[in-house]
Write a protein that binds this ligand. Structure first.
Ligand code: ATP
Ligand code: MG
Length: 436
């Protein structure tokens, strides 16, 4: 993509309304713009990151055997009356009346709707286990939307729902999601720690929150430093027994302030790390909490009718954009992990008026693009200093700078945004390195 044709409204000044670094950088780097409190438009660069995160989340859900569906954002209130949550949910639910006077709502979550889909179609234990997920916008009328996309009112969530015959089978579905989450967050370049959590209004008795450490996080967290030694990229070939993996991850102490109790915490104080964290995922196993009132049952092997055992599994896809920036930035801007970066390479033409320089850039751009490397090519009239500052701000993993002085010696400069390391390479070597 040529920057001269792109829509990248970056800001030099720090926006006054943004209190935390990720919100400031998302506005400054031209990723989002606010429409109303907690409601944002995604501009081209931000949308690319959001889609990259979505793809990794999707791949890991599919790998874990979950099936993608897409449920609507608008729901009828009737199912929520059935589950008993219509009144309980309170003011966080945006309630809408249609032209016929029917009570509708903008979905804050989908347990009721998925339970209804399930109960209408699935009748036999033979169809289980089943796990259905979607990646869809939610609306929660948060009392205090803040920190940009971190606590929005409209936000993108991946939510999966598992259905099983027995609590034991339900636990296995829970384990599959637990491991999928470990892998997902690791692939996003994050260190997320699963912490025992309150089940809150969703109900049930087994739940973990996946928390990314960041000073600006909303929760205070306490965990055993033993987590440092665990590798989240667990291999999950078909048929892998996941219980030992989950046991390993849940045997160490980790809790948010909601349930941490200093008196009963058994971790040696030298081993207990405290800090702040951002919740990027939350998983629940809640048995028949919805299947019972909504009568979602299947016929078992002996012909008996059994209410299914359910779990639900959320990932804050749009919140993750902010969480990744909180974890990956420096004083000059964002430092995207390569897996989610909107472009892999920023190509800087340092002297646009120099024909040789422009010809070399055009050639590099063509070669990299032909090799499927995503390049953002700064072909604008801005000065070299401004171009470098802009590239640092938007945080692409590699910067390839081309200027007349280097070209005289047949070299260009390649900078790694994360390490700051620079090296001079021939044009061919630069292409080879970036396409390797
Ligand atoms: P929180 O305690 O932060 O309000 P929650 O327990 O209400 O979260 P869930 O209902 O479990 O959240 O939703 C699943 C995921 O969706 C959360 O782990 C979080 O990453 C994300 N999420 C929840 N609320 C918001 C929000 N207002 N803005 C952005 N993401 C959100
Ligand atoms: Mg909430």
């Amino acid at each position: 993509m040529r920057l001269s044709r792109y829509f990248l409204p970056t800001l030099k000044e720090t926006p006054a309304e943004a209190q935390i670094v990720s919100h400031r950088l998302m506005l400054r780097a031209g990723l989002i713009r606010q429409g109303a409190a907690g409601i944002y438009s995604w501009l081209p660069l931000g949308l690319k990151v959001l889609k990259n995160i979505e793809s990794i989340v999707r791949e890991e859900q599919n790998k874990a055997g979950a099936l993608e569906v897409l449920m609507p954002t608008i729901q009828s209130s009737e199912l929520w009356q059935e589950s008993g949550r219509y009144d309980d949910y309170g003011k966080e639910m945006l309630r809408i009346e249609d032209r016929h006077g029917r009570q509708m709502l903008y979905g804050p979550t989908n347990e009721e709707m998925i339970t209804d889909i399930f109960r209408r179609e699935v009748k036999s234990y033979k169809d289980l286990p089943m796990n259905l997920y979607h990646i869809q916008w939610k609306f929660r009328d948060e009392i205090r939307p803040r920190f940009g996309v971190m606590r929005g009112r409209e936000f993108l969530m991946k939510d999966a729902y598992s259905f099983d015959m027995t609590p034991e089978a339900g636990k296995q579905s829970y384990n599959a999601m637990f491991v999928a989450y470990l892998r997902t967050f690791a692939r996003l370049g994050l260190k997320a720690i699963p912490m025992r959590a309150d089940t809150g209004p969703i109900g049930g008795d087994l739940s973990h929150e996946f928390i990314v450490l960041a000073d600006t996080g909303e929760s205070e967290v306490f965990f055993d430093k033993a987590f440092d030694g665990l590798d989240p990229m667990v291999d999950v070939a078909d048929g892998t027994d996941l219980q030992p993996i989950v046991d390993e991850w849940t045997s160490h102490y980790a809790a948010t302030d909601e349930i941490h109790d200093a008196a009963s915490c058994t971790v040696d104080s030298n081993d207990l790390v405290t800090g702040r964290g951002i919740e990027v995922g939350h998983i629940f196993f809640f048995g028949d909490k919805y299947s019972k009132p909504m009568n979602a049952s299947v016929q078992g092997p002996d012909g008996d009718t059994v209410n299914v055992q359910m779990g639900s599994y959320g990932v804050g896809v749009s919140r993750l954009v902010g969480a990744i920036i909180e974890a990956c930035h420096d004083e000059n801007g964002i430092v995207w992990p390569e897996s989610v970066a909107p472009y892999k390479v920023g190509l800087l033409n340092l002297r646009k008026k120099d024909d040789e320089c422009t010809a070399a850039c055009d050639k590099l751009y063509a070669q990299l693009t032909a090799a499927s490397v995503e390049v953002l090519y700064d072909d604008t009239d801005a000065g070299a200093g401004a171009k470098f500052a802009n590239m640092d701000l938007i945080g692409l993993p590699w910067q390839l700078a081309v200027g007349p002085r280097g070209l005289k010696n047949g070299v260009v400069e390649l900078k790694n945004r994360k390490s700051g390391e620079r090296e001079e390479l021939s044009l061919e070597a630069a292409v080879a390195k970036l396409t390797a």
